[in-house]
Write a protein that binds this ligand. Sequence first.
Ligand code: K7E
Ligand code: CUA
Ligand code: CA
Length: 609
Amino acid sequence: MKTKKLALFAAGLAAAAIGLRMVGCGSARSGRTTAAEKVYVAPGELDKYYAFLSGGQSGSVFVVGIPSCRILREIPIFEPRAAYGYAVHDGDPRRAELAATGGLWGDTHHPVLSEKNGVYDGRYLWINDLSNGRLGRVRLDTFETDRILKIPNLQGAHGIAAVSPDTKYIVVNGEFEQPTDGLVTNPAPYTSVVAFVDPEKMEVKFEVRVAGNIDIADTSKDGRYAFSTVYNLEQGKEQNSMMVFDRDAVAAIDIPAAEKAVAEGRGEIRNGIPILDPAEVPGIMTLIPVPKNPHGVNVTPDGKYVMASGKLSPTVTIIDTKTLKIVAEPEVGLGPLHTTFDDRGNAFTSLFLDSQVVKWNVQKAVKGAPDYIVDRINIHYNIGHLQAVGGETMHPYGDYLLALNKLSKDQYLPVGPDMPEAQELIDISGEKMRMLASFPTPPEPHDAVFIEAKILAPKVKQVFTPGPEAIAAGQESVVRTGPHEVTVKMTMTRSAYTPDHFEVREGDRVTFQLTNVETIRDMIHGFALPDHDLNVALPPGYTKTITVDAGKPGVYWYYCTNFCSALHLEMRGRMLVQPRDSNVAIPDWKAAQNVKGPVQGVPSTGAAR
Ligand code: K7E
Ligand code: CUA
Ligand code: CA
């Protein structure tokens, strides 16, 4: 019975989807350009925007070009990734950080960008790890994760936001309530904290306790307030008891007031962090009652209002950011989750249950005009976040909106019961929204943030700046550093390793210090060593230090995994592992006799791409 109903439901959805497609085709020529023309970026041409999509349980960020919807890169953050040589081996500083702060996986939801004077400056991206209460930071000149921070006193790092206009803090919300004294035997209601993180030093400055839980975050444009939705004001410990009240809250933390209280020593120090409790420090937090288990919280580009999307209520609550009073509560549809904005006074709210984006006019809703709904567009299917380009900033671009959907069902070729995640790009430049394109990703983007290519692209480095640990060409060596320790300092360039062979003994620990000495963009070399669980990729200028056991006696070819030239396949060398009791003379390690100078006679072939 249930199956039959589901089948009918699915068939209905499929029919609806086909119908929509036909409508789409028929009307495609009616606009200035076709939908296809709007997203077509010719080969060799570049996209207008970078979009950063959180990777959800992939623990990463996906970088996508908009409007082409081409996936450009994945940035691993909370999960090791051999293809990028990220955090795969012991000795990698990120791996050590990950292992020390909760483990080698994560659940990323909310990417935020650094701001200067209220505009994105292209320096950093931060993202939460819900599962292990962490914050990761990515440098945008290299697109590389450079710090992982464990947030003390907090579980379930969910909503995060940069404090405008100069990124004074990154706000991190703890979704999962904890016994205030940390003891499981405590019968008292559980509480959560909002953490305020110094974005440069990546350390927590202070925390504010919330009686209830805290979900999504945003900040006022003037640095005054951090806003968070609270959906469990009931402080329930089971699902049913979290849905008792008709109204939960938006918590508005007064940042200057909280800073003053911290400076006066009014925080209780736990794990080295001052925690302010609004029950003891009145005036640092205001709870604004909003219906019902609210989810998204979003400040309008002009900074005047903060919107709480009702989730279990079909409304969005509009709150004045100066008075913290509710000014309107328009009905928008079923399951409102998140809201974003264009540059013409419109809000766009995702409706999870209706599978729609609803466009509505903020001023009309505030004035109580009946015609505040401007347009609706169907989404395939069950939209979570949505983000208009620049919608988080004071200057939205008003051209594209990305819908990040929870289910794709029949939208792509079937690839087993587990279908890809679906994003849909919508043209919001006109009065009516127009569906342009959809593209799949691996699991599972939640939110996205955009930056204009002309701001970020010039800041992106072509090569890594070699650090003090880098091995220069000509400085390669193989040195026995102890009775059972050998250090191999190796360089790689098109298309050879130096040294191209060396000997060790069974029982040795072999430390590789590897530098890619290429000086041009995109010349990446890999270093894979069979039967030693060792594979890393090194971009130009990069150095990695990895230690492995020599393993069983034999000849092991290390080889390049990234196609780099016509001699890529020949880019390999030998690690000779002598038996422990071998009588064969082993060269004098200290003199590093078996290391040749720069490889002779190998023509520089240039890139083969
Ligand atoms: Cu709505 Cu974690 Cu932003 Cu997912 S959360 S949808
Ligand atoms: Cu280096 Cu292939
Ligand atoms: Ca509730």
